[in-house]
Every structure is written in structure tokens, then in C-alpha cells.
Write a protein that binds this ligand. Structure first.
Ligand SMILES: [Cu+2]
Length: 168
């Protein structure tokens, strides 16, 4: 029988934390006061693929920024139920947000040449005309399906003010 001696060395390490004055300068972390959705137009490089990855609406609330002539985000997904849409007009002129229930692609709505507007026969509701710099909201009850949202002020749809919404 072999007796194995184990030397248990209990090293008590005393951590003396002295001199914490290392980072003593008072340059505070700078103000990150910018709002949630900063209007960042697609710059030349590194643009996030907004169209391939829809922004999921959480807490049944979404803010969509309008500018000349686009919405951001332009692709949304949501779960069925009531959703509070806020239109934040970051542009210089009036915009609106009309939600249409349709399977069509964003570019496939027909614009009436006389009015330069698209049909609102499939509208399920809207945030009506909102002045530049202003914000307006509307609560819409969404059933599962595919939707488009458009700004239906004359000419704005054709100029690019449309986006997709998928509801599950
Ligand atoms: Cu518009």
C-alpha cells in the first residue's frame, strides 16, 4: 500500500486594492441624446439591407419616419392585432401614411395619371396628412396578411414613398 502525501498549499492571496485613482479625468461619456430613428439617408457604402430584413414591430408600436421621398423603415413585420402607428415627419413638406391590404409589390400599385395618387379602396386606415416636423398617430387593427403603406399625397408614391408590412 502506497501512501501518497498531498501537500495542500493554501495560498492566501491578499488582494490589496490600492490606488483606484487611475481613471480620474472628468471627460464625461458625451451626450447620446439623439432620438431613436435618426434620419440617415443611404450613404455610399455599408448600407443596411432594409428591404431584405423587415423591422419587427414590438410592443404593438412603431414609429415610421417620412422624408422626401421615403419611409424609414420601409419594411416592417408584425403580429396580428392592434398596432399604434406613429408618423414622424422629418421632411420639409407634408406627408401621410396610408396602409393598404394588398399582395402587390411596393412598385406595382397603379397611379391614377389624373391625380398622381393610388387607389385607397384597399385602405385599412391611415395616419392622415402630417405637417413637416410634426408627428401623428393612428391605431390600426391588423389581420394576418400582406400590406403596403404609401404616402398618397399627389406624386409621392411614385417618388418612392412606399413600404411593406407583413402581419402574421
Ligand atoms: Cu409624402
Amino acid at each position: 500500500m502506497r501512501i501518497v502525501k498531498t501537500a495542500t498549499a493554501t495560498a492566501a492571496v491578499a488582494l490589496s486594492v490600492a490606488g483606484i485613482a487611475a481613471c480620474g479625468n472628468s471627460d464625461s461619456p458625451s451626450s447620446e441624446t439623439a432620438g431613436s430613428t435618426v434620419n440617415t439617408p443611404a450613404a455610399g457604402s455599408g448600407v443596411e439591407g432594409d428591404q431584405s430584413a423587415p423591422s419587427a414591430i414590438s410592443d404593438n408600436k412603431v414609429t415610421i419616419a417620412a422624408t422626401e421621398y421615403a419611409f424609414a423603415p420601409a419594411a416592417l413585420s408584425a403580429t396580428a392585432g392592434k398596432v399604434d402607428f406613429t408618423l414622424q415627419n422629418d421632411g420639409a413638406i407634408e406627408h401621410e401614411l396610408v396602409v393598404l391590404k394588398t399582395n402587390k409589390a411596393p412598385a406595382d400599385l397603379k397611379e391614377d395619371p389624373k391625380t398622381a395618387r393610388v387607389s385607397e379602396s384597399r385602405s385599412i386606415g391611415e395616419v392622415s396628412e402630417t405637417a413637416a416636423g410634426a408627428t401623428k398617430s393612428a391605431t390600426l387593427d391588423l389581420e394576418p396578411g400582406k400590406y403596403l403603406f404609401v404616402c398618397n399625397i399627389a406624386g409621392h408614391y411614385k417618388l418612392g414613398m412606399t413600404g411593406t408590412l407583413t402581419v402574421k
